[in-house]
Design a protein around this ligand. Structure first.
Ligand code: PGA
Length: 246
């Protein structure tokens, strides 16, 4: 039985005050049956780390550089994330693929850079609406995942995968549990074929997960939790989603 994981993706939201209130509410709502983590803007990571240090709630970053160190203005290395205690980093979120032109290859290199420092990459894959309507969903997510599997080679089983259909992110339009499950099953089969450990790997669903649809999504056989954007910023909603993951 895979333990569920719920990860909040704060994106470019938050402030010292708002973060402190959110984390205090989250801490007070423990224990959860699932593992819980928050991916905060980098500038707040040390404070988030301090707030959560004595708890079982984990934290992570939203991106990492593919490079180890050097003249890469504005970037953050995996070693830096490791030093402040990041357990996770997102890589290849569709917003980074779309707005920062991140290729499958770059995403794969970022995942490798993170793993090399012991930071678990949460590798995001997902199709656009046009790709879904053209019947390309499976091919697109398999291509995105394949690049990472190839790069990580024998370490591929260490990553977490998040299936996030682009058309469902921040739109209020969630994939149906059946649509999500179908893609998760495809991804799990691919992971199993590549690593032999696909059955124990976590595949999260993301895209307009809310308190009222989380339980049905998380009940699907191959959905091991969620990557939560908008709803992770509201304590009551995020707590309800964490509680829906058993
Ligand atoms: P959303 O975002 O929950 O606001 O749709 C999910 C994500 O982008 O990770």
């Amino acid at each position: 039985m895979r333990r569920k994981l719920v990860v909040g993706n704060w994106k470019m939201h938050g402030s010292r005050l708002a973060n402190a209130e959110l984390l205090a509410a989250l801490l007070a709502a423990r224990p959860f049956a699932a593992d819980v983590a928050v991916c905060a803007p980098a500038v707040f990571l040390s404070e988030v780390a301090a707030s959560l240090a004595a708890s079982d709630i984990r934290w992570g970053a939203q991106d990492v550089s593919a490079h180890e160190q050097g003249a890469y203005t504005g970037e953050l290395s995996a070693a830096m994330l490791q030093e402040v205690g990041c357990r996770y980093t997102l890589v290849g979120h569709s917003e980074r693929r779309a707005y920062h032109a991140e290729s499958d290859q770059l995403v794969a290199q970022k995942a490798q850079a993170a793993l090399a420092k012991g930071v678990t990459p949460i590798v995001c894959v997902g199709e656009t609406l046009a790709e879904r309507e053209a019947g390309q969903t499976d091919a697109v997510v398999k291509r995105q995942l394949s690049a990472v599997i190839h790069q990580l080679a024998h370490c591929a089983a260490e990553m977490v995968v998040a299936y996030e259909p682009v058309w469902a992110i921040g739109t209020g339009r969630t994939a149906s549990p059946e649509q999500a499950q179908a893609v998760h099953a495809v991804l799990r089969a691919q992971l199993q074929a590549a690593t032999g450990r696909g059955d124990s790997m976590k595949i999260l669903y993301g895209g307009s997960v809310k308190a009222d649809n989380a339980a049905t999504l998380f009940a699907q056989a191959d959905i091991d939790g969620g990557l939560i954007g908008g709803a992770s910023l509201k304590a009551a909603d995020f707590i309800a989603i964490c509680r829906a993951a058993q």
